[in-house]
Design a protein around this ligand. Structure first.
Ligand SMILES: Cc1cc2nc3c(=O)[nH]c(=O)nc-3n(C[C@H](O)[C@H](O)[C@H](O)COP(=O)(O)OP(=O)(O)OC[C@H]3O[C@@H](n4cnc5c(N)ncnc54)[C@H](O)[C@@H]3O)c2cc1C
Ligand code: SF4
Length: 496
């Protein structure tokens, strides 16, 4: 009742687009206390179920309010292995479910989470926790994204000996190569990986299972295997002119910039999938170009932020769907996650956002280079419950716009099959992801489990961590017959 929602200050746009560093500042101690005090400690805290990890939010808010950082950290880390990631980049479905959100702006849960973990690091509460005993069981984790890392951390905590195989040159999956540094500085990943190594987890890099590491050798060596390779095949836009120089997948553009920021040659690729498809033939730079990002989601927004940092001449972002409503409609009631209009910090930095647009052709300059796009406006038919159902092109709206760099950010269709998955003969679900139920995360192959985007399809970091944790518990039960690992299932929780 006394304080309203306030987010920490951001470094002004003109200053922050000159670098790739994070730009969201910290709360003062007083502000942090005030924001934590907005939590009402509801009898039925809907934020718990809004968070895919089941984070115990009112309890950690209360500990922050009382200034008990150790307790706040203990509560937070009991359900989330990596709050330093989610505290920076989670879209915070918990906040959409916050009870205060019924008639007030919700509690700043994500920011409070980030402050708890950063203060815990500062105060040296975060130390390597080695298991008291080893079980003698060995688990191989394929993929070091948030799902693989969470599974590895939990399995190691249960006493199993864990090796993580990663085809890239460093750990983190899309946290490392995908999400821009200005949203998540890579030192944050390095700090966590060092802790995990000190806890006894072994990381093997440039280890592409199914290519230069034989999966049958791993099946012989390990008592269980986790497939956590992500959903990496991007959705393409196969229209005339797709072959032109200047049309690229968003991920190639973003990954190159991540590499540049880490001092690694952007065009250097050690990932065999990329070498085979000649994905990195050139430096993809936006400087001085009219950039069009095709796809209105988070990946597209990351391209907008990166293109502005490259000093693009103009940045436009297209979305096929119509513009969403500004606030909840009767079809998206609290506490569901609302599909309303949202602007990211990258949009604040400048972008011409357009909805209900289809791209019909990439137009060349006669020398194989992209010089423009042929686009058309769409008229959408909306269903009674407010969902876009079908569209027709608006007559007479077809036109050409200048564009020298087009970035395809239209999502990912499924995991890569060549190599690992084909060799294993693993069963797929109707969407083309790995088939493994949420009940046991077990695939059709004995002792092979799956978690994260590879199993649930393209999703969020918080879901990947949740899947990694739940999968680890099922593997622990599979190996030992029981498990004391935490679970999202509250009936299995052992904290009290
Ligand atoms: C550009 C972009 C921005 C995003 N921004 C956000 C955001 O802001 N917030 C959010 O919550 N989510 C975001 N996401 C989604 C989020 O990053 C993913 O949902 C999450 O990383 C999935 O985790 P994962 O562990 O399942 O897979 P990934 O993170 O994809 O990791 C898979 C890892 O497995 C490795 N691998 C694959 N096959 C093999 C093999 N055969 N052998 C060895 N290693 C292998 C890959 O190299 C990779 O490192 C974003 C996604 C993208 C693409
Ligand atoms: S992990 Fe995401 S959903 Fe869960 S409490 Fe943190 S910000 Fe909210």
């Amino acid at each position: 009742m006394e304080f309203t929602r306030e987010l920490p200050e951001k470094i002004p746009v003109q200053e922050r687009i000159r670098h790739y560093k994070e730009f969201i500042q910290n709360y003062s101690e007083e502000k942090l206390n005030q924001q934590a005090s907005r939590c009402m400690n509801c009898g039925t805290p809907f934020c718990h179920s809004g968070c895919p990890l089941g984070n115990v939010i009112p309890e950690f808010n209360d500990a922050v309010f009382r200034g008990d950082w150790k307790e706040a950290y203990e509560i937070l880390s009991s359900t989330n292995n990596f709050p330093e990631f989610t505290g920076r980049i989670c879209p915070a479905p918990c906040e959409a479910a916050c009870v205060l959100g019924i008639n007030q702006p919700p509690v700043t849960i994500e920011e409070i989470e980030k402050h708890i973990i950063e203060i815990a690091f500062e105060k040296k509460f975060v130390v390597p926790r080695k298991p008291n005993m080893r079980t003698g069981k060995k688990v191989g984790v394929i993929g070091s994204g948030p799902a693989g890392l969470a599974a590895a951390a939990q399995l190691n905590a249960a006493g199993h000996t864990v090796t993580v195989f990663e085809r890239d040159d460093q750990a983190g999956g899309l946290l490392r190569y995908g999400i821009p540094d200005f949203k998540l500085e890579k030192r944050v990943i390095d700090r966590r990986i060092q802790l995990m190594e000190e806890e006894g987890i072994v990381f093997k890099y440039n280890a592409n299972v199914g290519v230069n590491v034989n999966i049958n050798d791993l099946l012989r060596e390990f008592h269980a295997i986790v497939l956590a390779g992500g959903s990496t095949v991007p959705r393409d836009l196969k229209i005339p002119g797709r072959e032109l120089k200047g049309v690229h997948f968003a991920m190639h553009y973003l990954k190159q910039q991540n590499k540049r920021n880490s001092g690694i040659a952007a065009t250097l690729s050690i990932n065999s999938e990329e070498i085979e498809s000649n994905m990195f033939p050139e430096d993809i730079l936006a400087a001085g170009k009219n950039v069009v990002v095709i796809g209105g989601g988070d990946t597209g927004s990351d391209c907008v932020g990166t293109a502005n940092r490259h000093s693009a001449q103009s940045v436009t972002q297209f979305e096929l769907l119509p513009k969403p409503p500004d606030s909840r409609t009767p079809f998206m009631p609290w506490p569901t996650y609302p599909m309303t209009f949202k602007s990211s910090s990258s949009h604040e930095e400048g972008a011409d956002r357009k909805w209900a647009i289809a791209t019909k052709e990439f137009i060349g300059d006669g020398n194989g280079n992209l010089r423009g796009l042929k686009i058309v406006d769409l008229e959408w038919k909306i269903t009674e419950d407010g969902k876009p159902a079908s569209f027709v092109e608006r007559p007479g709206s077809e036109r050409e716009i200048p564009c020298e760099l087009a970035l395809l950010a239209m999502g990912f269709v499924h995991p890569q099959y060549e190599g690992l998955l084909n060799e294993l003969g693993v069963e797929l679900d109707e969407k083309g992801n790995i088939k493994a139920s949420e009940i046991n995360y077990h695939t059709n192959i004995n002792k092979v489990f799956a978690a994260g985007d590879m199993r649930r399809g393209q999703s969020l970091v918080v879901w990947a961590i949740s899947e990694g944790r739940e999968c680890a518990r099922k593997i622990d039960e599979f190996l030992m017959g029981y498990s004391f690992l935490e679970s999202r299932d509250e009936s299995l929780r052992i904290t009290g």
